[in-house]
Ligand binder design. Sequence first.
Ligand SMILES: C[S@@+](CC[C@H](N)C(=O)[O-])C[C@H]1O[C@@H](n2cnc3c(N)ncnc32)[C@H](O)[C@@H]1O
Length: 144
Amino acid sequence: MYLVNTDLSVSCAEKSRRKSAPRLTAVELYAGAGGMSLGFKRAGIDVLCAFDLMKPAVEAYNRNIGYHAVQADLTNLAFHGPSIAAMKPDIIFGGPPCQDFSPAGARTEGERANHTRVFAMYVCIASPKWFVMENVQRARHSKA
Ligand SMILES: C[S@@+](CC[C@H](N)C(=O)[O-])C[C@H]1O[C@@H](n2cnc3c(N)ncnc32)[C@H](O)[C@@H]1O
């Protein structure tokens, strides 16, 4: 007698492999109220820590996503870079400020656009396997 798996999406063997596989870890930069973290958590990724400058955003994140968001100015690369690298995350993700690129804004690249470079520097310092940077479409054609 043969048992036929009718669930074509995920086999039992694959389900059990996924259960026993170590979970990927991640750190979020520019986390805001945690919209991206919510998606990563739902995808089964273990978000270790999240950073944002704005206190109300960090408070909202901690209430809704989990108590691992910290208020921090990410321009301080020398301070935060080594501690993020020490967490050895598999993934760094985040959405740095987009106002300088947004069609809704003045489209003048200034200090906020520099956070795109700051994000890249964290990726270089921590050297994760993957990174995901979310931004508006025009960011791709910016100087930053
Ligand atoms: C586009 S929003 C991120 C939204 C977030 N991905 C979400 O789903 O809610 C950019 C965030 O960058 C934060 N930010 C701006 N300057 C920062 C800085 N110097 N250090 C850390 N965070 C900063 C803002 O407070 C804001 O929450």
